[in-house]
Design a protein around this ligand. Structure first.
Ligand code: PMP
Length: 380
């Protein structure tokens, strides 16, 4: 049968390619973004308990009420925003489903969505599968800042949504208060919906604060904020996240969510509801990852590769400009094959494959692994 693909250029993801290559060549794998240390034993015990107590059937479509209530409490404490758990919070199968459901519900055929590259790889395909047109705006190193003047110029009558990501994967950059103010103004002037990917909200360093759309009342009125427990509790494999959005947007998101997954697994939701009652369980994350970043940077000292500033997320970008004329893909392959260390080439996050001679390393790894990686990098 002749099938015309709706995503003809989408093949095996770079993460799968690099992980496979790492395995093949016995390389240390700092390519894919997942922690290699254990999840809290307490949280695992809580999940066991919930399963043994018999909480193994469908959860309510929008999420277990106890979890949504707990999330509302966390949002109040963190962003001083009062949210109605009944009408404004929806538990999803990770941040990825949250993003897909929001786009499926709110972007129609021919609608334009502005997004910034480098970008998490699901954004563009999610827009296109739902009939929208992605409008990619490239950001550049070292700071990957947004030129809001340019964004304004790219807005048309068809622009429906603008997507942001802070703290940013892969750049490690964060948006400032001034960015959020500009966004607030643009979104209001052009009646845009904002999809704000904040899955790394807790992984933020030093004196930087996370600027959530939820902190800006008039922006929050037209925004969907996306979060992920996978990032916050070192459990990317559980795929539990959530959206926070005003009632009119949430109503639509739930219509999509209802037919994508219907609901998310019950015991993990119940366990998370209890685990969230101790703020220490998530407040320590920033410090924890800052130590990882600093440890990695210390280990990399002496390498001819140049680390870029990293304010949040668990990714460190490293420049090899001036060291090798290789493309970043060729460099990543060479490093994996010859040096036994696997990164991700940053061009993979650009629609137009812009090559800034940057490699991304995930530092959500044990010190032993980071030490080994550092030794290899010092030898380059
Ligand atoms: N957004 C960004 C920027 C991410 O890096 C990720 C995970 N890599 C996600 C969303 C998806 O989160 P989840 O794993 O909860 O689906």
């Amino acid at each position: 049968m002749n099938i015309s693909s709706r995503l003809p250029e989408v093949g095996t993801s770079i993460f799968t390619v690099m992980s496979r290559m790492a395995l093949e060549h016995g390389a240390i794998n700092l390519s894919q973004g997942f922690p290699d240390f254990p999840v809290s034993g307490k949280l695992i015990d809580l999940i066991h308990d919930k399963m043994k107590e018999g909480h193994n059937q469908y959860a309510p479509m929008p999420g277990v009420a106890a979890l949504r209530k707990a999330i509302a409490g966390v949002i109040q404490d963190t962003y001083q925003r009062s949210t109605n758990f009944e009408t404004e919070i929806t538990v999803t199968a990770g941040g990825t489903e949250a993003i897909f459901a929001a786009i499926a519900a709110l972007v129609g055929t021919g609608d334009e969505v502005i997004l910034f590259d480098p970008a998490y790889d699901s954004y563009g395909p999610a827009i296109r599968l739902n009939g929208g047109t992605p409008l990619h705006i490239n950001l550049s190193p070292p700071d990957f800042s947004i030129d809001w003047g340019e964004v304004k110029k790219r807005i048309t009558r068809r622009t429906r949504m603008i997507m942001i990501n802070t703290p940013h994967n892969p750049a490690g950059s964060v948006l400032s208060q001034a960015d959020l103010r500009m966004l607030e103004q643009l979104a209001r002037d052009h009646d845009l919906i904002v999809l704000s990917d904040e899955v790394y909200e807790r992984i933020i360093f030093e004196n930087t604060t996370h600027e959530s759309v939820l902190k800006y009342p008039s922006l929050a009125e037209r925004s969907i904020a996306v979060f992920s427990f996978g990032k916050t509790f070192h459990a990317t494999g559980w795929k539990v996240g959530y959206t926070v959005a005003p009632e009119n947007l949430t109503r639509e998101i739930r219509k999509a969510h209802q037919f994508i997954t219907f609901s998310v697994n019950t015991p993990v939701q119940l366990a998370l509801a209890e685990f969230l009652s101790d703020p220490e369980n998530y407040l320590r994350l920033g410090k924890f990852y800052q130590q990882k970043r600093d440890f990695f940077l210390q280990e990399v000292k002496g390498s001819s590769l140049q680390p870029l500033p990293c304010f949040g997320s668990y990714f460190q970008l490293v420049s090899y400009e001036g060291i090798s004329p290789k493309s970043d893909s060729a460099m990543a392959e060479w490093m994996t094959r010859e040096m036994k260390l696997a990164p991700i080439p940053v061009s993979a996050f650009y629609k137009d494959k812009t090559d800034n001679k940057l490699l991304r390393f995930c530092f959500a790894k044990s010190e032993e692994t980071l030490q080994k990686a550092g030794k290899i990098l010092r030898g380059i």
